[in-house]
Ligand binder design. Structure first.
Ligand code: ARG
Length: 251
């Protein structure tokens, strides 16, 4: 019994020393969100500032935990690795829940039901997934659109850094169509009279990814999502940031 108690005291002391990542240790430290900010309305740049639906969700998590908040943008391929390595606490980037990703990170409850679509030129319509076969298909690197081309169409996609860059390749004729998530796709075709988008070719859900084994953080994220769904804030942010990012296209 004495030995056991000693062990408990030693473990507690070691935790204080190295920091076992419990809520008390983290209080006051900024909650670090990692994203890829070329994905309106979920995340995009307003000047230098990263803004969007995902940013508001993560800011609300920080507020719930009483912690300051910090957001950073990297290439989409680096978003999930950043939470695995501990460089960031939350990955929120319109991230689709997939079985593959679930092996490496924990996901929150989903906050949006969505999917990917095909962006094509009206002069050369490509409206079904199967019609992309054998064509040059543009995608944002690291996304479920890339996986779709590799796994469903069994071919190599043309990779870009952002949905907008992929659409620029479509406009200049370097690719025949683009596959992307519906909301950034809608933003890309806004004001482009010669472009159109197909119906959904997949059905997906967005959630927030965190490093595995952090029950307190996961609970705070899930409670926040449940709250913003119930009190209408999520719906409001979706409206506001869709409007703002659409307006940016008009300029
Ligand atoms: N939903 C897609 C995925 O998870 C695309 C997400 C891209 N997000 C971004 N912020 N660029 O693969």
């Amino acid at each position: 019994m004495k030995k056991l108690m000693l062990l408990a005291v030693a473990t507690a002391a070691a935790c204080v020393f190295v920091g076992c990542g419990n809520a008390q240790d983290d209080a006051g430290k900024p909650l670090r969100m990692i994203t890829e900010a070329t994905f309106p309305p979920y995340e995009f740049l307003r000047g230098q500032e990263i803004v969007g639906i995902d940013v508001e969700i993560c800011r609300a998590v920080a507020a719930k935990m009483g912690r300051p908040f910090h957001a950073e943008t990297v290439d989409f391929d680096s978003v999930i690795p950043a939470v695995i390595s501990g460089k960031a606490d939350l990955a929120a980037a319109g991230i689709t829940v997939t079985e593959d990703r679930k092996r490496n990170v924990d996901f929150s409850i989903p906050y949006v039901k969505t999917g990917i679509v095909i962006i094509y030129k009206k002069s050369a319509p490509v409206t079904k997934g199967g019609q992309c076969k054998g064509k040059k298909v543009g995608v944002q690197s690291g996304t479920t659109s890339e996986t779709y081309v590799i796994e469903q169409l069994k071919q190599e996609p043309e990779r870009s850094k952002s949905p907008a860059e992929a659409v620029a390749a479509l406009k200049s004729g370097r690719v025949d169509c683009v596959i992307a998530d519906i909301d950034p796709a809608k933003n890309c075709v806004k004001g482009e009279a010669d472009l159109a988008i197909s119906d959904f070719i997949t059905s997906e859900e967005y959630a927030i990814a965190i490093k595995k084994g952090q029950p307190e953080l996961l609970k705070a994220v899930n409670e926040t999502i449940a709250e913003i769904k119930a009190n209408g804030k999520l719906a409001q942010w979706i409206r506001d940031f869709t409007e703002e990012s659409d307006k940016m296209k008009d300029r």
